[in-house]
Design a protein around this ligand. Structure first.
Ligand code: CO
Length: 211
């Protein structure tokens, strides 16, 4: 009996062979350059694979994933990915995609101590506090969770707009557009929540004049 990870290597071999069979130049074409139009910021949840749920192929989507698809302005990992995607790859769209049933958001709504992870989900608790009335207006616990999941995505869209990286690109090339989406684990469908472009209102408190 093979170890479970060996199955992955075996799958990889079959996938590479099948891909070349279908399209002999596939790897030659992709090896030298990537020109994706999209940056995906999604949850690490194994049930929401960015390329599978969007039907995109290797080379089409630049991906960053973390617990609960957060855009935290001191997160060097996120910022490096964002700067590379926006300034170098010149992506046209950034997609923040949350998902219903998100464990990270659920954890933020609980009073349970998750040790180090507390520091991460504190940011989601802050989103709850900002929108407490809207969320608590929902009578069912599950609706409150769904609402926070949606509002959290929309806050992360705004967090992107607050970065000098996005604002500089908006000034220079009027792109990228930022999209807030939420994915349903139940039917595999994505719902659009919000879009932000260079023309949209951003609280002047967060605007940089000297980019
Ligand atoms: Co999640």
């Amino acid at each position: 009996m093979k170890a479970s990870y060996e199955k992955l290597l075996q799958n990889n071999k079959s996938w590479a062979a099948e891909t070349v069979k279908q399209d002999p130049d596939f790897f030659k074409r992709l090896a030298s350059v990537q020109t994706p139009d999209f940056l995906w910021i999604g949850c690490s949840d194994s049930r929401v694979p960015a390329d599978r749920v969007t039907g995109t192929q290797p080379g089409e989507i630049f991906v960053h994933r973390n617990i609960a698809n957060m855009v935290i302005h001191t997160d060097m990992n996120l910022l490096a990915v964002l700067e590379y995607a926006v300034d170098h790859l010149k992506v046209k769209h950034i997609i923040v995609c949350g998902h219903y049933g998100c464990g990270g958001v659920k954890a933020a709504m609980s009073r349970h101590n998750f040790d180090l992870i507390n520091k991460w989900i504190r940011n989601i608790k802050d989103v709850y506090r900002m929108h407490r009335d809207t969320i608590d207006h929902q009578t069912k616990a599950n609706d409150r969770l769904d609402k926070l999941i949606e509002l959290n995505v929309q806050e992360q869209v705004m967090n992107l707009a607050k970065t000098s990286i996005v604002q500089r690109a908006w000034k220079k090339r009027k792109a990228p557009e930022i999209h807030g989406w939420v994915y349903s684990l139940e039917d595999g469908l994505i719902k659009e929540l919000s879009t932000m472009t260079h023309e949209d209102y951003l609280d002047p408190l967060y605007e940089f004049d000297d980019l």
